[in-house]
Design a protein around this ligand. Structure first.
Ligand SMILES: [Zn+2]
Length: 110
């Protein structure tokens, strides 16, 4: 069985979600590029976000958070993952370990 055979058919992200907005704009192009090329874009944007945070540049910060969010959404779409749904499934009932909100797990700060 090849990798393509294991690729699930694309199910669009829910209407009205940010992920769906990005899919509507870019999914055809992102799908044609594929995961390896898209991963490079994602990592590049994460690097730019890190630089913006370290430099404390407000304008760039907003720009780079937007880019990283969009590329993360794209990567999720390419894997058939509904980002909002999996985030809610994991954290919707509070901390996955102690179920608290806020988390009450004993752990060192930082
Ligand atoms: Zn916890």
């Amino acid at each position: 069985m090849s990798g393509a055979d294991r690729q699930p058919p694309h199910v669009p992200a829910p209407e009205g979600s940010f992920q769906r907005l990005i899919e509507d704009i870019y999914f055809a192009r992102d799908h044609a590029r594929g995961v390896p090329g898209t991963l490079l874009w994602f990592v590049e944007e994460v690097g730019e976000l890190v630089r913006a945070i370290r430099r404390g540049e407000r304008h760039n910060l907003e720009e780079e958070f937007g880019d990283v969010y969009a590329w993360l959404a794209t990567l999720a779409s390419l894997h058939g993952i509904d980002l909002e749904a999996i985030g809610r499934r994991k954290y919707g009932a509070g901390c996955p370990r102690c179920h608290g909100a806020p988390c009450r797990c004993p752990h060192p700060a930082g």
